[in-house]
Design a protein around this ligand. Structure first.
Ligand code: 8DG
Ligand code: MG
Ligand code: MG
Length: 148
């Protein structure tokens, strides 16, 4: 059988929610979505649950420990990078809160992210990473119903 040049991959991104309707975002330095604001997250590893991946990527990228990790939604995203072949990511969106509300995010992967900060849901920075922008445009809200 001819092998495909690539296959869809699975990403897990996390809405880390804070009181006052804030979310944690960082400006991407990776080629996909360069300079856009995105959630912490990364690729699902073999054998991992979505919750495990969310906690691991959060720790690797920000140093933060999270809890109340819940599934929210899934999106299907194809990215083209100029002339380069397209990247196809199925992205699982989770939400979570800080295990210790005093904990401060650190920029542990400075080659991939410009730095993490909290942003008001009603005043998000621009430009947002494509998949996130599409969700926000569509009226998606990651906060629990009793906080909307
Ligand atoms: P890894 O090597 O640590 O496993 O991966 P990464 O370098 O941290 O991957 P990533 O690009 O941060 O995340 C994986 C994919 O998830 C990304 O290429 C596309 C998809 N994705 C979205 N929306 C978001 C988002 O808001 N944040 C992040 N981090 N990824 C997202 O579709
Ligand atoms: Mg990562
Ligand atoms: Mg990442």
């Amino acid at each position: 059988l001819p092998l495909p040049a690539s296959t869809p991959k699975v990403g897990v991104a996390v809405f880390l929610l804070k009181e006052g309707r804030k979310v944690l975002l960082g400006r991407r330095l990776s080629s996909i979505g360069y300079n856009t604001f995105a959630l912490p997250g990364g690729h699902l590893e073999f054998g991992e649950s979505f919750e495990e991946c969310a906690a691991r990527e959060m720790k690797e990228e920000t140093g933060l420990d999270i809890e109340k990790i819940e599934f929210l939604t899934v999106t299907n995203n194809c990215f083209s990078e100029g002339a380069k072949p397209r990247v196809h990511l199925v992205c699982i969106f989770m939400r979570a809160v800080l295990a210790n509300p005093q904990q401060v995010p650190q920029n542990i992967e400075p080659e991939k992210c410009d730095g993490w900060d909290w942003y008001d849901w009603n005043n998000l920075p621009k430009p947002l990473f494509g998949p996130l922008e599409t969700m926000v445009q569509g009226g998606f809200n990651p906060f629990p119903a009793d906080q909307i």
